[in-house]
Write a protein that binds this ligand. Structure first.
Ligand code: HEC
Ligand code: HEC
Length: 296
């Protein structure tokens, strides 16, 4: 620029830089003052910031970034708030373990905590067998109704979840329906007859000569678990055969199959895998799915 003469733009009276494109010349306007002040202030602020806050990345031989004299660390702040949350959770978890059902249901924050923790643990551990929302599948009981194999009070549900069904521990839910056909306790005709009788109990069939014969067999072989009236026994996990709720299926072939082979399905003992607070939360969640039994 110094090697050519100063040139003044006629229209504005401002000096040009000497740059020209297709007849358009660049004016050499000074930077606005306000802009310059902000620019200098930013530079000054950067120095202040470097001194106060962690700023420069690790230099060779330094090991870490410059810490700044305020010793600020986002990582420590996050760790502290995570720890705070953990402590709060552990406290609520302990309160949940100690609380009775009534206390949980009447305490808004306990109930919300239990339902949220229960729902998420259910999705992770239970939904594969019991379905999302506990709607159940053939062989896997519906938990979202008021029909219970082993009992639907909060304590009974918690016990079932903790110790499982037909597992290898002393407290597990246990019973064994005999495989009447496979173990040759009953003949195929007898099994067919008793299956007809079972179906009359819930009104799926009219009574017949065959079902009367089946009733005699039932009274001899089945009432110890399913009771005289066929209403089942929660102490043995024997289902009510008089309702329209079927674990395995109600058509004649399925009932024959059940009596011939027996099912005796199993459920894992979750006490070995989940902590106490999670199990309590699951029990509250499952209980709430069904509306829950208040007695038994
Ligand atoms: C591997 C499949 C499986 C998984 C996973 C499973 N269950 Fe079960 N559950 C079963 C079966 C099968 C039964 C019925 C056992 C029987 O015949 O008594 C059952 C029974 C139950 C019962 C008793 C129902 C009643 O009517 O008394 C409850 C409560 C229950 N499960 C809750 C849970 C919860 C909560 C979880 C998750 C932590 C879970 N289950 C995970 C298979 C499973
Ligand atoms: C030792 C106890 C016991 C005896 C005896 C017994 N059951 Fe069962 N029964 C059970 C149990 C427990 C279940 C369900 C648990 C499972 O198999 O998963 C069951 C299930 C059934 C089911 C399935 C119901 C459904 O909802 O799908 C039928 C049907 C049935 N029993 C019929 C009979 C008949 C008929 C006899 C007699 C010939 C008999 N049971 C004898 C314990 C018994």
């Amino acid at each position: 620029m110094s090697d050519h003469e100063k040139e003044i733009d006629e229209a504005t009276g401002v000096e040009t830089t000497g740059h020209e494109w297709d007849g358009i010349r660049e004016l050499n306007n000074p930077l606005p003052r306000w802009w310059l002040y902000i620019f200098y202030a930013s530079i000054a602020w950067a120095f202040v910031y470097w001194i106060l806050m962690p700023a420069w990345p690790a230099l060779p031989g330094m090991g870490t970034n410059t810490p700044g004299i305020r010793n600020h660390s986002d990582r420590d702040l996050v760790a502290a708030s995570v720890q705070e949350l953990r402590d709060a959770r552990a406290e609520t978890g302990q309160a949940l373990i100690n609380a009775s059902l009534d206390e949980i249901l009447s305490d808004q924050s306990l109930r919300q905590f239990a339902m949220a923790a229960g729902e998420s643990a259910f999705g992770d551990n239970c939904a594969t067998c019991h379905g999302a929302g506990g709607q159940g599948f053939p062989g896997y009981p519906t938990l979202a109704d008021d029909v219970w194999l082993w009992g639907g009070s909060l304590d009974e549900i918690q016990h079932t979840i903790t110790y499982g069904v037909r597992q290898d521990n002393l407290e597990t839910r246990f019973s064994m329906m005999p495989a009447f056909g496979r173990d040759q306790i009953l003949s195929s005709e007898e099994i067919r007859a008793v299956a007809h009788y079972v179906r009359t109990l819930s009104g799926l069939e009219e009574a017949s000569e065959e079902s009367h014969h089946g009733q005699e067999i039932f009274e001899f072989q089945c009432v110890s678990c399913h009771t005289e009236a066929g209403t089942g026994d929660q102490l043995q996990g024997a289902p009510d055969l008089t309702d329209r709720d079927w674990l395995y299926g109600s058509d004649l072939e399925t009932v024959i199959n059940t009596v011939y082979n027996a099912r005796n399905s199993a459920m894992p003992a979750w006490g070995e895998r989940l902590d106490e607070a999670t199990i309590k939360a699951l029990a509250v969640y499952v209980y709430s799915l069904s509306g829950g039994e208040t007695n038994s």
